[in-house]
Design a protein around this ligand. Structure first.
Ligand code: AMP
Ligand code: MG
Length: 425
């Protein structure tokens, strides 16, 4: 069936190659204060400005001491105390211990910290419990064990989440260079669509793909730009494509199937598009179109100086198809345009928890709405089950799902208990 069309792997390879090429021309750089950097992409290196930890650090509340002395179980005199924030002190006299709090600097001369729970304290002395011994290095992280001053800790192109932001903070970066978010034009098409706030007349439906794609784009690091919905006629589509000329990425929804009013592909062709593929052997989402529009005034789009061609996806209009094709193909291209070093999609393995009927469609890789329990009570693996659905227009099913079960083209029979792949949003 349609063996001229690429299968999923082939289309994914073309997307990955395209994304790799585009990632070589990162977007402009802007600055953001650190607390606003979540979800952004780093446009500089993070370098350690000092050793981490900056001093030998106690990981416990207790008593810094010499391990060999403490392990003899003789009383050690408490010679001083160090709280977190105190300047490093010491040296520790022989036969003595130094009271210490978690995060405090270990005094010079001490080589271990005895936990407070493991000692008996009396009359200004401590004694390690008979049942315990202490090894040198115990409960201490040596200065520079995590990173040395000058170490390159994060490269440009790193996606910034909580952990990278914490690391940047610890190195003294109050502001960061980040890449400007790519502007992603979202053009919904269809005579049947009305705006969310409008009352649909008989036969009409609300435009849910616009807001859905805006959410997907924002989550993938883009700046969504919702254009007015275009009607299913050539003039409206030509005008709408013109409007999108300044975007960094263009997503169209609807109008790419084989129906009489599916006019998107011809409109893209009139605008001078070069197509990378027009259809992929997947379900849902088979009519997906991926191409590029030249920034060429002769082709009807405004010239944009040095700007590279505008990548464009014609996503099938059914909501589940739009979501799946964006996650599989649109999001990796967007990640590359956003300057990220790694571009998805993200897959994981899960245990199929239920009996499934036959879900094979000959020649097609399927991505079916599913719910994965990532916190299963009985088994170590996340357990996934298909969500009941009425086909690719079923928004209620889509909203109950938190992933998509992959039904491979070559091994479509999935037995309960099998390890299966899931596509993560
Ligand atoms: P199409 O790909 O244009 O043939 O659209 C297929 C079906 O998807 C339409 O009949 C609608 O039911 C639905 N659809 C298309 N566009 C949207 C949209 N923007 N929001 C919600 N549903 C849509
Ligand atoms: Mg349509």
């Amino acid at each position: 069936m349609d063996s001229a069309l690429p299968n999923y792997e082939q289309a994914a390879k073309r997307i990955a190659a395209y994304a790799a090429g585009r990632s070589k021309e990162p977007p402009p750089v802007e600055q953001a204060s650190l607390e606003h950097c979540g979800g952004r992409v780093l446009a500089q290196r993070i370098v350690a400005d000092r050793d981490q930890p900056p001093f030998a650090r106690s990981t416990r509340d207790g008593f810094a001491c010499r391990a060999a002395e403490a392990s003899r179980h003789e009383p050690l005199r408490i010679a001083g105390a160090n709280r977190a924030g105190d300047a490093p002190s010491g040296p520790l006299p022989h036969g003595a211990a130094w009271e210490i709090m978690t995060g405090a600097a270990v005094p010079a001369g001490a080589d271990a910290v005895a936990m407070i729970e493991h000692v008996e304290a009396q009359d200004g002395h401590i004694c390690l419990h008979e049942s315990r011994t202490l090894k040198p290095g115990e409960n201490i992280v040596e200065q520079g064990a995590q990173a040395r001053a000058g170490d390159k800790l994060l490269p440009s192109g790193s996606a910034l989440t909580f952990s990278q932001i914490a690391l940047a903070a610890s190195c003294g970066y109050a502001r960061l260079d980040v890449f400007a978010r790519p502007r992603v034009a979202i053009l919904t098409t269809g005579d049947e669509l009305v705006a969310v706030e409008a009352e649909p007349a008989p036969g009409q439906i609300r435009n849910s793909n616009g807001p859905m794609l805006a959410a997907l784009v924002a989550a993938a690091g883009g700046d969504p730009w919702l254009l007015p919905t275009a009607a299913d006629n050539a003039a409206a589509l030509d005008a709408a494509l013109h409007q999108a000329a300044d975007a960094d990425l263009l997503l169209l929804s609807g109008g790419v199937s084989a129906g009489k009013f599916d006019l998107v592909e011809p409109a893209l062709a009139r605008a001078g598009a070069q197509f990378h593929f027009t259809g992929v052997r997947i379900q849902p989402g088979k009519p997906l179109v991926f191409g590029e529009l030249g920034r060429n005034p002769k082709a009807g789009l405004r010239a944009e100086g040095r700007k590279r061609p505008l990548p464009v996806f014609g996503l099938p209009g059914n909501p589940v198809s739009s979501a799946v094709t964006f996650l599989l193909f649109g999001a990796p291209v967007l990640a590359a345009l956003a300057g990220r070093r790694e571009f998805g999609p993200r897959f994981a393995l899960a245990r199929l928890g239920q009996k499934t009927k036959k879900h094979a469609l000959p020649g097609l890789t399927r991505f079916l709405p599913a719910h994965c329990d990532f916190n299963p009570s009985t088994s170590a693996e996340p357990e996934v089950a298909l969500v009941q659905w009425q086909g690719s227009g079923d928004l209620a099913a889509l909203a109950r799902a938190n992933c998509f079960l992959v039904v491979p083209e070559e091994a479509p029979q999935l037995e309960p208990g099998a390890l299966v792949r899931i596509l993560l949003p």
